[in-house]
Design a protein around this ligand. Structure first.
Ligand SMILES: [Zn+2]
Length: 202
């Protein structure tokens, strides 16, 4: 999944967080920003680590549940000390959304496309090496790989649909049309002041 898919998922998580707090729209700085950083963090850590030769695959330490456990531990320490740690909790939620998306995305892509692992062991770092139990289907449904995975398309479309739906909240309640105080006087009247309907009988 590309960054746009992870950001879209982070946005949907933000809408969920806002709903849980009794609001309709997520707050940009307090909620969406930490969620988006978390939603990109595993790739921001692991892909450079792979390029530098530190990791044996592009999904490495920051794609493992141990990374989530580390972040949760930090949050717990801050929480015990009474330090506000909501941004860290949201960042951790973003990381979880990234890992879950990669896991589901891989399974769906492995089912549909050739040369794609249905399941791999990247999330077991550091206990089992990546691709130890990699499973790849012999007969995928489509003959070639798609440039964008179906899950990414669905997630981005859902985020756009939700954002479109919520955009009405920027406008506030609809304004009432001012009443025309003279609307009772605009009826056509005869030169004598009587309504014209009385003249049509001639
Ligand atoms: Zn990833």
């Amino acid at each position: 999944m590309y960054p746009v898919g992870h950001l879209a998922l982070g946005y949907l998580a933000g809408v969920g967080v806002a709903r849980a707090s009794g609001r309709t729209r997520p707050r940009l700085r307090q909620e969406l920003l930490p969620l988006w950083i978390g939603a990109l963090l595993p790739d921001l850590v692991d892909k450079p680590a792979y390029l530098l030769g530190l990791a044996d695959a592009t999904r490495w330490a920051a794609h493992s549940p141990l990374f989530v456990l580390l972040l949760w531990g930090l949050w717990f320490i801050l929480h015990l000390r009474g330090t506000p740690a909501r941004p860290l909790a949201l960042l951790t939620l973003g990381v979880i959304s990234h890992q879950a998306a990669d896991l589901v995305d891989g399974a769906v892509s492995g089912l549909l496309f050739p040369d794609t692992n249905l399941i791999s062991t990247w999330f077991t770092w550091p206990f089992i090496a990546t691709d130890t139990w990699a499973v790849e289907l012999d007969s995928a449904i489509f003959p070639f790989k798609a440039p964008i995975t179906p899950l990414e398309l669905v997630v981005v479309a859902a985020a756009l649909a939700v954002a479109w739906h919520l955009r009405g909240n920027f406008r506030g309640p609809p304004r009432e049309q001012p009443r025309n105080p003279d609307h009772t006087l605009t009826r056509d009247r005869s030169p004598g002041g009587r309504p014209s309907s009385h003249l049509s009988s001639s």
